[in-house]
Write a protein that binds this ligand. Sequence first.
Ligand SMILES: [Zn+2]
Length: 373
Amino acid sequence: MWTSENRPKSKGEGTRGAGGRGLISPRHAKALRGCWNSLFPVTCSLSPVLVSCLLLTAYGLLLLARGMFAASGLYQVQEVKSKIFVWVPDDVIDQECDPQFSRAATAGFILTSDGVVVVDTANSPFHARELLYEIRKRTEMPVKYVINTSSAADHMLGNEVFTDEQAILISTMTAQAEMKRYRQELFARFQAEEGWRLQARMRGFHVTPATQTFDGDMTLTVGDREIRLVSLLRDETSSQNAAVYVPSAKTLFLGEFYDNHYFPRIGSRDVRRWIEVLRQVEGWDVDTYVPGHGAPGSKKDLADFRGFLEWLVAQVEIRLREGKSAEDVQKHLSLPKTYAWHAPELAAEDVEAVYRQLGAQQAPSTPARSSGP
Ligand SMILES: [Zn+2]
């Protein structure tokens, strides 16, 4: 950073004023004094030194305001329960990351008497360092565990930051296998034509899969906290995601299972079973549901999200029975205003995903299209 002592002077830049205190030229100071005097007709004599001081103060305030904005403008940290924090990024499309995962996922951290447990690490080491910075503002305790709720890159690309902290990285077995596959596929994408663009965007990234896995459920006791890791949806088509339940705080981190006012990535996840699982967790002794994207929500917020999936299934089902094509449905299905959510580009993908799933399930009994000649 340039200081006033070592920065080079540009051509025509003002010399220091009397006593070496000012940063503007005497000529500019004189002009400013003229302006000041014209604004305030009562003659007041201001020396160039005083004008300089006023300008420097204003400049300092401006820098301070910019600093405050930079520190608070891209994410928020909410303490949802005592010593349970949620890191919520703003809806920003990151340029320095994998473009397939350009929105950072919501993450969190739990402070215990014996160390810190992190839940998800966002979509880049950069964001993970923000997370670590927020942890270090509150404690110097070691980060003991990182739990990846999902193998999705927007939830785990910051893992490497916590290996520096010697944390154990935990995920389900299938999620770990998928992280390793993602690493291989990413390497292939780097080698492909135009791969240099991706390399430039992801310079300094080191994909770091989980180092420890669990199958089914697992309980971690860390200091004074009991933390349960639960596999909620197990099927052949999608990897097991983990939910992180803190019973003493009635808080449940749902990762990709729940997005709050964001359209989800449905992909190959069985949407009907997903709805069932959401109904189940709505019945748990929980009052704070931490989503994969968006801010923490209540039971009602979770029910609203489930309501979207149910609405989507019902709408697509009707149109499937009418024999509409996937393109037709995507084109003509209009979203109610209540679903003016973030990540709108995923809405069309969601329609397509549900159409594909329901179409495959109904294939043997799909009615014939309206009769023709
Ligand atoms: Zn995500």
